[in-house]
Design a protein around this ligand. Structure first.
Ligand SMILES: [Zn+2]
Ligand SMILES: [Zn+2]
Length: 352
């Protein structure tokens, strides 16, 4: 009998730095590319108007077209839902947190009296792409819900500074204040190196190299391990402390915003002119691969996608990532495929 899931992980936001919604012209380009590929593949002749046409088209595009043509990697900033056997844990509150809030409110309503209306929010750091979804999370406004927030004290203090009705900054950035967020139960400050339990899940933290600091989180339950490590700039690769922290993870989600050439300012991203990104607090995909392989993680997800990187460019970046992993495994005489690598898209669900 297969082991029950320790973690069901859903990505609600994987974009770094700033949200990037698809532009109208980009949507049109996708429609053009999709139709062209279906015509070139001879896939349209079989379609006939009538009942079931939508289902037939949907099946066809999912079968014939790659994700970056038929869909998008998404444009919301960091938010990851982790359902454990006995707790709902949410990591970071970027714009994806708003989307999760809408889904969660509907989910709990549908479950009626059986709903466990509690959640634990872990915040990596205070930067806006990780926190500014907070006042737009609708479950906060329902007193029937209970949400505890864990994170570095500076991150919790920064939220208090802009949401406390008595603060000089209240209503400056967001209309609502804490007194309206009635589900907010408690703020729990945590530091690097600390560990604690949320239900049956053991959580530990690690300090990352990022302007203002950031915390990585390691979640362990029933022998399964999920490590979330963004935002972080490698100083050396592999990063020995991060590799130790992530050791043996079933899934490592890590900040690999740039290629080496982009980081060093030899190449631009999208339409942006080349500029050095050294000291900005984010890593290269090359360094992430070295740390992930050194940590012997089974699956690597490169997150904090640069908002200038469009879907086609991200698909190329993902192909480059897979080549890097194969080369690093070969270099260390490790079996090909012993570490799977991907750039996760919004809506992707992973069961560990
Ligand atoms: Zn960030
Ligand atoms: Zn940051």
């Amino acid at each position: 009998m297969s082991q029950p899931a320790a973690f069901t992980i859903t990505y609600w936001g994987t974009t770094g730095t700033f949200g990037n919604a698809l532009l109208p012209g980009e949507v049109t380009d996708k429609v053009v590319a999709a139709i062209r590929q279906l015509v070139e593949g001879g896939n349209l002749q079989q379609l006939r108007a009538g009942p079931g046409l939508d289902d037939t088209i949907r099946a066809l595009i999912e079968q014939e077209l790659p994700l970056h043509v038929r869909s998008t990697y998404g444009g919301n900033t960091t938010c990851i839902e982790v359902q454990t056997p006995d707790a709902l844990i949410i990591i970071d509150c970027g714009s994806g947190f708003r989307e999760l809030g809408i889904a969660l409110a509907a989910r709990w309503k549908a479950q009626g009296d059986a709903a466990d209306r509690t959640a634990h929010v872990l915040i990596s750091h205070s930067h806006m792409d990780h926190t500014f979804g907070t006042p737009f999370f609708t479950p906060y406004y329902n007193r029937a819900n209970t949400v505890s927030v864990w994170g570095p004290k500076v991150a919790l203090d920064s939220l208090t500074a802009v949401l406390n009705p008595d603060s000089a900054l209240s209503r400056i950035y967001f209309p609502p204040t804490y007194d309206l967020l009635q589900a907010l139960n408690e703020f729990c400050p945590v530091t690097a190196g600390e560990s604690w339990q949320i239900g049956s899940t053991h959580i530990s933290t690690h300090g990352l190299n990022h302007p203002g600091g950031a915390l990585a989180y390691r979640l362990e339950n029933a022998g399964r391990i999920f490590v979330f490590a963004t935002d972080h700039e490698h100083v050396v690769a592999p990063d020995p402390a991060l590799a130790d922290f992530a050791r043996g993870a079933d899934l490592l989600y890590i900040d690999g915003q740039y290629t080496r050439a982009e980081y060093e300012g030899r190449e631009g991203i999208g339409d942006e002119l080349p500029t050095s990104r050294q000291g900005w607090g984010h890593s290269t995909v090359e360094d992430c691969v070295k740390t992930a392989v050194a940590a012997e993680v089974r699956r690597l997800h490169i997150g904090h996608r640069d908002p200038n990187r469009g879907d086609q460019h991200t698909a190329d970046f993902e192909a480059y990532l897979r080549r890097l992993i194969r080369e690093e495994l070969l270099h260390l005489s490790r079996p090909d495929g012993s570490c799977e690598a991907a750039v996760p898209h919004e809506g992707l669900r992973i069961v560990l």
